[in-house]
Design a protein around this ligand. Structure first.
Ligand code: R5P
Length: 294
């Protein structure tokens, strides 16, 4: 039988120190359940920001340039980011289970580049996200697109499932070919996604009034990367998004299509977490890459 004497004499209730309620650094998440917040805290750092690496492109366009061999080209970048955004197929087949990144799983799919892209359905269950130990799931939303209603229903269905399981949903704004990419459109799309219950929203940066997009969205906005830009332009875009109120970036091609992705991912991380300005981040890229410019 255990000796209980020590327990009796060791009681210290810290009467001079009222219990503190921990704050939570993620926008709009202060009233969520513990499990949801615990997962969000894996995606976002204590500064409330995230450097996320997106390499889910294969789900609709096959072996994208830079992603031909994810084991060789992308897995080595994982230590430099907070979160990995990928499909469950790649997570299970290629990403080491020993990695300690937050995993954000693509949960909607349904059309290839050969067809109408907005025609998506949910492509995985929340139970499988639990099995994978996902920190979040991502659902694409096509506001104004041909299958707008269907994509919104995908989102709300996954939000309900995510609330039951404690898994946050990243709503991803997808822009159709004919849409104008401006603050008005992204303000509309991001606000709709947040109002419907997504705990995070991913959207593109716009040059004008981006801060109105972030201000009007009650949950964190994560900037999507888009096509490969010159190094300084990509770092400037990330910097301006953060300055404009984004809580981080989810970049893919602007990292893994570089001549030195390892240098670029560290430069992007510096912008997100270390307050590097574009010139400082560019210098870091050059220093780490041996002077690469592309
Ligand atoms: C798009 O459907 C996917 O969610 C990509 O992960 C996203 O576009 C980010 O990748 P990139 O920075 O290459 O645009």
């Amino acid at each position: 039988m255990a000796d209980l004497d020590g327990n009796i004499s060791a009681k210290d209730y810290g009467l001079d120190y009222p219990q503190q309620t921990a704050g939570f650094p993620v926008k709009g998440a202060g009233q969520l359940d513990f499990g949801m917040r615990h997962r969000l805290a894996r995606i976002f750092g204590p500064d409330g920001r995230t450097a996320m690496l997106a390499f889910d492109h294969g789900y609709f366009q096959g072996p994208t340039s830079g992603l031909e061999r994810i084991d060789l080209n992308v897995v080595p970048l994982a230590p430099y980011v907070d979160a990995l955004m990928a499909t469950r197929g790649v997570i299970r087949s290629v990403v080491p289970a020993s990695c300690d990144n937050a995993l954000v799983l693509r949960a909607s799919a349904g059309a290839s580049i050969l067809k109408e892209l907005s025609n998506e359905r949910l492509a995985m269950t929340i139970e499988d996200a639990v099995r994978i130990d996902a920190a979040g799931v991502a659902v694409q939303v096509f506001i104004g697109g041909e299958y707008e209603t269907q994509s919104i229903q995908n989102l709300t269905t996954m939000i309900d499932a995510g609330l039951a399981a404690g898994i946050p949903v990243l709503g991803v704004t997808a822009v159709g070919k004919d849409m104008v990419r401006d603050a008005r459109y992204f303000g509309l799309a991001t606000r709709i996604i947040a109002e419907l219950g997504a705990q995070m929203v991913k959207t593109y940066f716009v040059e004008t009034d981006f801060e109105q997009v972030t201000a009007g969205c009650p949950v964190p906005i994560i900037m999507a990367g888009g096509k490969k830009l010159p190094v300084l332009d990509a770092l400037t875009m990330a910097y301006r998004a953060i300055q404009g109120g984004a809580a981080g970036v989810d970049m893919g091609r602007n990292i893994f299509q570089r001549s030195n992705p390892t240098a670029m991912v560290q430069a992007v991380r510096g912008v997100v977490h270390d307050e590097l300005d574009p010139a400082q981040a560019l210098q870091l890229y050059r220093d780490l890459s041996g002077g690469a410019e592309d």
